[in-house]
Design a protein around this ligand. Structure first.
Ligand SMILES: C[S@@+](CC[C@H](N)C(=O)[O-])C[C@H]1O[C@@H](n2cnc3c(N)ncnc32)[C@H](O)[C@@H]1O
Length: 631
């Protein structure tokens, strides 16, 4: 709903109000629409205001083009008003340098571009300086593709061995390396840094950058990360982590009936890392402000951080064709014209805001502000307006299942994805867009309304067969259970004091809700609404460890883990497993019970299982010992 506005006058002297939408909130209005500027607007249209007035509205920032003096499309009556300043390239370069010094990199880049336009023949050295300086400005404002092009255009012929040549070429290569690093093109970044170091073996910064880049390459190739250190380093102020993505165990291919999907390239077992991905873009809530995004294309309103993500994405792809190509390849709902390559005009990628928005809506993930361990409920894709939201490109190709075979966790802006079940080489990877805790009818409606498909996973097929009376009974019992749990919170110190009638009531609720999952349909599947009350029943029985153990194993079964304990050996069949913190609780309590009855071997095995689930849902084992360690 926010825009940059100003009055505009056309060649006939008619005046209107102009509003440009979908720009980053940090954009300076005077930089976009300065007094006296001449602009062109592609396909302008009027929008009526609430009070009946009219204004010209621009939705797509690249439909708005500032025109430089001398541009042939400026009508003569307007052209006559411009007092063309005859400024030399050198003078413009100085203006650029002073804008750069004052931290206004966008203006600096504009001055360097103006200077490059007027620089004449025989001013090659000046042109190279301008490219090099513009590379530095572009680097600061996230225009990495342009920064690389500029840096390379500024290189002086290697044959010239003067000290100045060497020093400016090192600068250029260093800038190209930094830009390639920001684009996650670490091999290319290393090549540029290596070339800089070849010119000056003592260049400390280049050496440091090479060391950093080598680490990124190792992460990318081997998936070697120290997640505990990463988790400790992520904070509110520092949530964009300096790490690379590890994607080589997955690839994108066509599915039979779900468009493209994500597939594994090797056999994976539960607990394996499937991929680790750095965010393309994440938006966090801005203090107390909640923003409203009206999507005129879909007639939908989103609350929260979606608008910031949209503006951030638009800004990022307008200036970086490489990012644009990757982003615009994602599923957009099928209503937009798709180009093989992004269209670039005057250095900017032409974007359709509605397409960018549609992609964001269909591919965005909800995520925690800092890391998964801080927030338990980030299991929904992007529909909760309270959480932060982001785009992870590779993850976006994964289709949905209510019983996903992988689980995701976040540390800063890194998504860490673990296997829940065995995945054969070439098997499709499914993520959960919506939590299977959401009742079937609502889940089905939401998947259809938001993503436009119907889920046919095993859980949905079973749910579809559940008789209506059982569905209604389950809904009623769920409410009763919620009420019971909120009024009967367990305190581990006085578990022995719980009145027998309360325990009996809990057991009865558990039996009744389990009955709403017909045996024949749910033999292999989770019964999620039983989990919380089941945990209560089991915990309240901890004074009788052997008995409680059976109850905890039942909770794991309700979560889809079929556990068998034979002597010291524990086997877990995860055919219906849903990764939840409840599984960690159940496993750790069960381990306590086993230890109490003298089966230390099985206790350790269950602890190790619980820890595995904890790592998968948190991203690392950071905090496990504090929260779940046995005293
Ligand atoms: C994030 S995209 C997933 C990748 C997408 N299939 C593609 O071709 O790029 C989400 C879209 O994929 C499709 N999709 C995801 N899961 C599906 C499923 N279980 N069954 C059918 N279509 C599904 C829907 O069209 C959904 O809007």
């Amino acid at each position: 709903m926010t825009s940059i506005q100003n009055a505009v006058e056309d060649e006939f002297g008619d005046v209107d109000r102009l509003a440009i939408y979908n720009l980053l909130p940090s954009t300076s209005p005077s930089a976009v629409l300065p007094l006296g500027a001449i602009v062109a607007i592609k396909e302008p249209y009027y929008k009526r205001t609430a009070d009946g007035g009219l204004f010209v509205r621009v939705d797509h920032p690249t439909d708005f083009v500032p025109l430089k003096p001398g541009n042939s499309i400026i009508p003569s009556s307007l052209a006559a008003r411009i007092t063309k300043k005859s400024t030399s390239a050198l003078r413009l370069k100085e203006c650029g340098n002073s804008a750069f010094k004052s931290g206004d990199f966008e203006t600096a880049a504009d001055f360097y571009s103006d200077a490059l336009e007027v620089a004449g023949q025989g001013e090659d050295e000046l042109k190279q300086d301008l490219h090099r300086n513009r590379a530095a400005a572009n680097l600061r404002i996230g225009r990495y593709d342009l920064a690389i092009t500029d840096a390379l255009a500024s290189l002086l012929p290697p044959g010239n061995t003067s000290e100045t040549t060497r020093s400016v070429n090192i600068k250029a290569l260093y800038r190209a390396g930094k830009a390639a690093y920001e684009m996650q093109d670490f091999n290319q970044a290393k090549r540029y840094f290596d070339q800089a170091l070849e010119l000056d073996g003592g260049h400390k910064e280049a050496r440091a950058e090479i060391a950093r880049t080598v680490k990124r390459i190792s992460e990318q190739e081997n998936g070697h990360y120290n997640f505990v250190v990463m988790a400790k380093s992520a904070t509110m102020q520092h949530s964009q982590l300096d790490h690379s993505s590890f994607l080589r165990r997955t690839k994108v291919s066509q599915t039979d009936n779900r468009g493209r999907g994500l597939f594994s390239t090797e056999r994976l077992v539960p607990g394996d890392i499937v991929f680790v991905e750095k965010a393309f873009n994440v938006a966090h809530r801005d203090g107390e402000n909640i923003s409203v995004l009206l999507n005129l294309n879909t007639d939908r309103i989103s609350l929260g951080t979606h608008n910031l993500r949209l503006y951030g994405t638009i800004d990022k792809i307008i200036w970086n064709p490489t990012f644009a190509k990757n982003y615009l390849d994602l599923f957009d709902g099928g209503k937009f014209k798709r180009e093989e390559e992004p269209k670039v005009i005057d250095g900017r990628v032409i974007v359709d805001t509605f397409q960018v928005q549609s992609i964001a809506e269909l591919n965005g993930f909800g995520c925690p502000r800092v890391k998964s361990r801080d927030e338990s409920d980030t299991n929904e894709k992007s529909l909760d307006h309270e959480t932060s939201t982001g785009i992870w490109l590779q993850a976006s190709y994964a289709n949905h299942s209510c019983l996903p075979n992988v689980t995701r966790a976040f540390i800063g802006d890194m998504m860490i994805v673990h296997a829940v079940r065995d995945i054969p080489a070439g098997g499709e990877i499914f993520m959960g867009y919506l939590s299977p805790d959401i009742p079937f009818a609502e889940r089905t409606k939401r998947l259809n309304d938001h993503y436009g498909f119907r889920c046919h996973c095993d859980l949905c097929q079973a749910e579809a067969e559940v008789p209506k009376v059982a569905v209604e009974k389950r809904a009623r019992l769920s409410k009763e259970i919620k009420l019971f749990l909120s009024t009967n919170r367990l305190n581990s110190n006085d578990i022995g004091m719980i009145p027998g009638a309360k325990k009996a009531r809990a057991r009865q609720l558990l039996v009744e809700i389990r009955e709403t999952y017909p045996k024949a349909l749910f033999e292999q599947l989770p019964r999620l609404q039983c989990v919380e009350i089941g945990l209560w029943v089991a915990q309240s029985a901890m004074v009788k460890p052997q008995y409680a153990l059976g109850k905890f194993i039942d909770v794991l079964r309700d979560l889809g883990y079929f556990v068998t304990i034979k002597g010291r050996n524990v086997t877990v069949d995860r055919r219906g497993a849903v990764q939840r913190v409840h599984a960690v609780h159940a496993a750790m309590y069960a381990a306590q019970c086993l230890a109490a009855i003298g089966n230390e071997g099985a206790a350790l095995a269950l602890e190790s299982f619980g820890k595995g689930v904890f790592i998968a849902i948190s991203g690392s084992e950071d905090g496990f010992a504090v929260e779940f360690g046995r005293s």
